[in-house]
Design a binder for this molecule. Structure first.
Ligand code: KG4
Ligand code: ZN
Length: 333
């Protein structure tokens, strides 16, 4: 069944076609307008989605060499995400479904991130631990099968991507900060300064990044401008190390305690090279299989929405025509 997937939950307008066994197209437009504001501006994001959704869907159909006549179902992100942004994708997807008399399904964005690695690694076995790390989310899931999830870890404050972005801002770097810190850190010494290891009492798999951010702020305030300029790469690398150590330590502790031997990653921060290196070497030491999607499937994309939408539609889980955006949509508790 050919499924058109649409994603517009944050600042990526994306469309993809999945035919049930292969991805036929995957188009992602990342909005550039937010750079100068140092973060996503919801109102501007909605307007950008409105401007780009038709060209993006056209491109996805073109790339798949299909026409709308060959599409048999529509899947669209229902939440979580920015209300206005979600509504653009949902309204457009509904229009397509209505005009073509196609079934439509609203997809949970986090569920889609959890299954995205399947597009490249179809043989991933359940159970697996899914670490979803982005600008909006830091969650660790135990996935026993499709629709069978337990949230075992989450952030108590900032998402890890937000910590990267805010740190970059403090260091006078561009937005989004994650990729910039990633690149800069390659030239730095990650042992230059030891930032504290955040931990939460009785919640061994939960994360907290706001204290780390504050310690970076105090650290920068205590140094001269020249010292910061001369050691920017070292500071960035040290801060990055604290973030990725926290992610890796908690994920591998969860793997040890639950006995789950497969780990998948998703979300923009999964593109971080130092994290990838660290996770892969830990996995090797502990004989755990780790699945890393390529960057186009880590960041927000519609391929993962079409993939999950395909499973749901095959199970006849069609959404009610009146369904709306759920900005705080839950997957499970
Ligand atoms: O999944 P995503 O594209 O969008 C959502 O937030 O949902 O993730 C974007 C986040 C941003 O915070 C960005 O700084 C971060 O992912 N990011 C990275 C890297 N690439 C993107 N963080 C660290 N290292 C990277 N290479
Ligand atoms: Zn996402």
């Amino acid at each position: 069944m050919n499924i058109l997937g649409i994603e517009s939950s944050c600042d990526e307008t994306a469309a993809a076609v999945y035919d049930g066994s292969e991805l036929r197209s995957n188009i992602i437009y990342t909005q550039k307008i937010h750079g100068k504001y140092g973060g996503v501006v919801p109102e501007l994001a909605s307007r950008e989605h409105l401007k780009n959704i038709i060209p993006v869907v056209y491109s996805a159909l073109n790339q798949s060499s299909m026409t709308l006549d060959e599409i048999k179902g529509v899947a669209v992100t229902q939440g979580p995400g920015l209300a206005g942004s979600l509504l653009i994708g949902i309204a457009f997807a509904k229009a397509v479904a209505f005009s073509r008399n196609l079934p439509i399904v609203g997809v949970n964005h986090i569920e889609a991130h959890l299954w995205a690695p399947k597009l490249e690694y179809p043989d991933i076995e359940c159970p697996f631990l899914g670490l979803i790390i982005s600008g909006g989310h830091t969650q660790l899931w135990n996935v026993r099968g499709f629709g069978d999830y337990t949230l075992i870890g989450m952030t108590h404050d900032d998402a890890v991507g937000e910590a990267f972005d805010k740190a970059a801002q403090m260091l006078g770097l561009e937005y989004p900060g994650g990729p910039v810190i990633d690149r800069l850190s390659e030239k730095g010494d990650s042992k230059y300064h030891k930032f504290p290891k955040p931990s939460i009492k009785n919640r061994p798999y939960d994360f907290s990044f706001s204290g780390l951010k504050t310690s970076l702020l105090y650290y920068l305030e205590s140094k001269s401008k020249t010292e910061i300029e001369d050691h920017k790469a070292d500071i960035a690398a040290s801060f990055q190390q604290a973030l990725i150590d926290s992610l890796a330590d908690k994920t591998f502790l969860a793997a040890k305690n639950t006995g789950v031997r497969n780990i998948v990653l998703g979300g923009g921060v999964a593109a971080n090279r130092a994290l990838k290196y660290l996770m892969k070497s830990k996995a090797k030491d502990e004989n755990i299989r780790i699945y890393y999607p390529s960057p186009q499937f880590c960041t927000d994309n519609a391929a993962m929405i079409a993939y999950v939408g395909h499973i749901l539609l095959e199970q006849n889980k069609v959404s009610d025509p009146g369904f709306s955006a759920k900005p705080s949509m839950k997957l499970a508790d």
